[in-house]
Design a protein around this ligand. Structure first.
Ligand SMILES: Nc1ncnc2c1ncn2[C@@H]1O[C@H](COP(=O)(O)OP(=O)(O)OP(=O)(O)O)[C@@H](O)[C@H]1O
Length: 220
């Protein structure tokens, strides 16, 4: 995991994202290490667009400006793969042709060359996810909650600087949702990762505990 050196968290300064004449996002915010900043708003209001901007995959149809730093690093000056944004979507998006262990190993930074060490990292994170011994399993044989935990494991081993969560709990039933929220927020806190959570669910925002930014609708 990232060394705990300078941890300033995530800072968004005067971020503006426009689509044609419409300003979708106008935002300044600070998210301390381990804290969750929740973004809520109607469908089409620009929530996922904000995550795309931070992650580095904003469609050029949008015009954006502002500054985004994580632990003092200017994220926008980095190509997407160097930003190290850990992203979770509604769907776990596991590679179907790879085992659970291979899905996780795929995300471990290439600097970790030793195969035994890579296997150990995957095994340890699976224990953390309460999926001990699942390395050889085919993702197709997992339950929805298990898939969600493998997706989280994959993100965590990638040594992210921050987490971008795009409604990652919305497809889980109530009990699993609450379990998954705790798991994600606990690990973010433990690793000192600032989190941006996009959600429609007030219960997610409440569980996250941090500030909530509400954006308006573009198309009502
Ligand atoms: N590639 C694109 N080209 C043109 N318009 C786009 C593009 N991607 C998104 N949009 C528009 O930008 C607006 C914001 O989209 P975005 O996906 O950020 O909304 P959202 O708040 O995440 O919505 P939802 O809650 O439904 O996921 C929407 O009006 C959408 O139609």
């Amino acid at each position: 995991m990232l060394e705990r050196q300078i941890r300033a968290g995530l800072h968004l300064a005067d971020v503006q994202i426009r689509l044609g004449e419409t300003c979708l996002i106008g935002l300044s915010a600070g998210v301390p290490p381990g804290a969750v900043f929740t973004v809520m708003g109607p469908s089409g209001s620009g929530k996922s667009t904000l995550l795309s901007y931070i992650g580095g995959f904003l469609d050029p149809v949008f015009k954006a400006k502002g500054s985004v730093t994580v632990d003092g690093i200017d994220l926008l000056s980095l190509v997407p793969e160097r930003r190290r944004a850990g992203i979770l979507f509604q769907d776990p998006l596991l590679f179907p042709h790879m085992s659970v262990g291979a899905n996780i190993a795929f995300a471990i930074p290439s600097e970790v060359r030793d195969r035994r060490r890579r296997r150990q990292i995957a095994a340890e994170i699976l224990v953390d996810m309460d999926l001990s011994g699942f390395e050889a399993r085919d993702p197709a044989t997992l339950s929805g909650g298990q898939k969600a935990r493998v997706a989280l494991a994959r993100v965590l081993v990638s040594e992210p600087r921050l987490l971008l969560l795009d409604e990652p709990f919305s497809k889980l039933d109530m009990a699993l949702r609450s379990q998954m929220r705790s798991l994600v927020f606990e690990h973010a806190q433990r690793a000192g990762l600032p989190v941006i959570l996009v959600t429609h669910d007030e219960a997610d925002a409440e569980a996250a505990g941090g500030p909530v930014h509400r954006i308006g609708a573009m198309d009502g």
